[in-house]
Design a protein around this ligand. Structure first.
Ligand code: CTP
Ligand code: MG
Length: 218
């Protein structure tokens, strides 16, 4: 079974407050995006990097020749769709390069689930108590909550169909699995609990935390 990985790196990293895209920041002896890049190159059959126009010249110099490259869009969804159009294989892994700490076990579990499921959602447990911030301040039952992270995975045909519909209807979704579920509510989805280390580097404190653990993933 063959897998294409779409590695998203076409954001601006505004919440990091640096003058460059956060995924190009140094972490140990490489850049943030290179951690997930090399794991995906090792465990999947094709990697497509989705890069912004701004970063293209710098990034292209750092990529091994077998990596495919395409330009991202204004939203994360547009960036995913651009990557999907270049995918060669039927099984797709979509990953945020801002989550550098992918591990081998997770990628192996995903590979197994592609045999049985149409899509795969990875998640972290919810550590906080969550309220709806409305007049009633209803508390949500934490045992029933999960936090969606990436990798998010699906069959190429389903993802492309769903993304085309979303474009037609001018709808945006905050992640890929919710987009798939909106158009294909009955497909078989597996959920895999991932390590807390797969957190997303979003603000400066996340970057500081990453500096403490990168060696485990070098
Ligand atoms: N991403 C992308 N194309 C976009 C927006 C985001 O490929 N138009 C990617 C980012 O590079 C990141 C991942 O999607 O790896 C998750 O997005 P996020 O953490 O929000 O990153 P940024 O959008 O870059 O950060 P911010 O929202 O703070 O500007
Ligand atoms: Mg963003």
């Amino acid at each position: 079974m063959m897998i294409t990985s779409i590695l998203l790196m076409a954001g601006k990293g505004e919440r990091m407050n640096k003058d460059i895209n956060k995924v190009l920041l140094e972490l140990g002896n490489k850049k943030i995006f290179e951690y997930s890049l090399y794991k995906l190159l090792k465990y999947t059959d094709e990697v497509i990097c989705v890069v912004s126009k701004n970063d293209y010249d710098e990034v292209i110099k750092l990529l091994p020749s077998e990596v495919k490259v395409t330009i991202g869009g204004k939203t994360r969804g547009e960036s995913v769709f651009n990557g999907l159009k270049m995918a060669s294989y039927d099984n797709i892994i979509i990953h945020d390069s801002a989550r550098p700490f992918l591990d081998e076990k997770l990628l192996k579990d995903i590979k197994k689930d592609f045999d049985e499921y149409d899509a795969i959602l990875t998640y972290n447990e919810c550590k906080d108590t969550i309220y709806l911030n409305d007049l009633e301040l209803n508390v949500l039952n934490r045992d029933k909550l999960i936090r969606a992270i990436t990798p998010q995975c699906g069959k190429k045909d389903i993802l492309i169909e769903a993304y085309m519909k979303a474009v037609e209807e001018n709808k945006t979704f905050t992640d890929d699995i919710s987009l798939i579920l909106n158009y294909y509510p009955n497909i078989k989805i597996s959920t895999i609990k991932a390590s807390d280390n797969l957190f997303k580097i979003t603000t400066p404190i996340d970057y500081e935390l990453a500096k403490l653990i990168w060696r485990e993933y070098d």
